[in-house]
Design a binder for this molecule. Sequence first.
Ligand SMILES: Cc1cc2nc3c(=O)[nH]c(=O)nc-3n(C[C@H](O)[C@H](O)[C@H](O)COP(=O)(O)OP(=O)(O)OC[C@H]3O[C@@H](n4cnc5c(N)ncnc54)[C@H](O)[C@@H]3O)c2cc1C
Length: 508
Amino acid sequence: MMLKRDSRTQSPWQQIPQANPTYLDTAKAAYDVVIIGAGISGITTALLFQKAGKNCLVLDAGNLGFGTTGGTTAHINTFFDSTYPEIESKFSKDAAKLVADAGKLAIEMISDFTQTYQIDCDLETKVGYLYAETEKEAEQLSEILESAKRAGVEVDRSTTNGLPISFLQSIKFEDQAQFHPLKYLQGLAKAFITLGGTIKENVFINDVKQEENHCTAISDDEIFTAYDIVYATHIPPGINKFSFRCAPYRSYVLGIRLNDDEQYPENLAYDMQEPYHYFRTHEVDGEKILILGGADHKTGHDDPQQAFEDLENYASQRFVIKDIPYHWSSQYYVPTDGLPYIGRMNNADDHIFVATGYNGNGMTWGTIAGHIITDLILAKENKFAELFDPCRVKPIAGFTEFVKENTDVAYHFVVDRFKAGELETFKELAKEEGKVVDYEGNQLAIYKDKTGIITALSPVCTHAGCTVSFNSEEKSWDCPCHGGRFDLEGKVLCGPPQANLKQISIGK
Ligand SMILES: Cc1cc2nc3c(=O)[nH]c(=O)nc-3n(C[C@H](O)[C@H](O)[C@H](O)COP(=O)(O)OP(=O)(O)OC[C@H]3O[C@@H](n4cnc5c(N)ncnc54)[C@H](O)[C@@H]3O)c2cc1C
């Protein structure tokens, strides 16, 4: 059986058998640490705690790898979507050095875990090429080269970009890596369980509370108690500062079989377009697959079908394609000031921790989150904790982005609430299509299935009241404000909502 994901499209990673986590049958069990979310952040953190002798419980609304970790492309890098020149100018040169150190440490940690726990996850060391196709990009590339070197990253000019794509200039980062993210995750989970840890799947946490001496994580029918709770949910649920500091994006990926074996990249590669394309090869069932990602856009804003088409056109102009067995998309969160938020959620006394705002670099940041959060809870020094502190105030660095992202949110609040949707009758809706319609004075999110049966939901996102829009590729309702996503029955798939969309009976 395929591993499930929060999206209908399927990544090749999902084709491995379901792991067999242990289950709890007691309700109000007490733990040292409860971790919400069984992606790379949650499981890495859980393993580190369990190794340190703590008693941990991991809860997930779906299953291991249900979130973006099951839809990633699993490049493991020491350079990031926020470039070194950006980090130097928004933070400092020392901050850029710390970021470079964090990247190297994450790769070391992944490699150590893989060896220690004998995880067979196709981990390979690679070179990462970043290449410019225009003069302007070439200038930016030179700046990236200089500043990455200053930060201590091993990088140099290159005469190739490792792809059958022409370029003006290229640089190469040494000691990058790639792996099979779900084999890795299952390996970590197995090690965690062997050390006495517990994973409980299909538990959606509606609320977390910090009491005087302990914290609780609350689902519909259970309460879990711990000294500390970690939100490893990719974005913490509810309306909080992270709703405004992290903007949700979708990214699209094709798994392509090529006619010419020579065209498969040996290494990792990235162009500098906006949005950029990212390339690598992975062997799936003994067969090479070119994994090409790109066409990113803000969740709920652009047409997902168009995004896949654009990516396919891009690929077919550059590669000799045999067929495309995999199409998938997934979600990530862009932090306003460029660096992730990892640590205590609100203040120094907090026993609630968060790890979010990873951009497209969550293999690194999810690993580093485990490192930072375990040290914070175990009261150990951690040299990265201050830089990634979620309570950091970066008014100047964050301000322009914040205004841009927040303006967008305000637009959806106003227009979607007070302007009626397009008038459409149910009959005009094609099969397997969904749309927000104005029907007898009410807005409805309606979907017509293959057989012509129509279901209706309230289109008002339960997170902050914006109107959801239909994602035709994932057959989901996606919120353009903060990235809440719901399935066709209105159930939360991912993002910050804590409640499902209201189901509406529409009669005959
Ligand atoms: C298409 C794409 C490609 C990418 N490629 C790369 C790449 O090559 N390299 C890289 O470093 N990064 C990449 N990223 C980013 C990276 O995949 C993510 O940052 C990372 O997987 C996030 O891991 P996570 O554990 O924090 O969150 P997730 O993997 O999303 O896990 C969060 C978990 O929390 C659970 N959860 C959420 N809310 C609740 C709740 N209320 N109760 C219970 N459980 C809950 C979810 O079910 C989910 O399983 C990519 C992202 C995308 C979208």
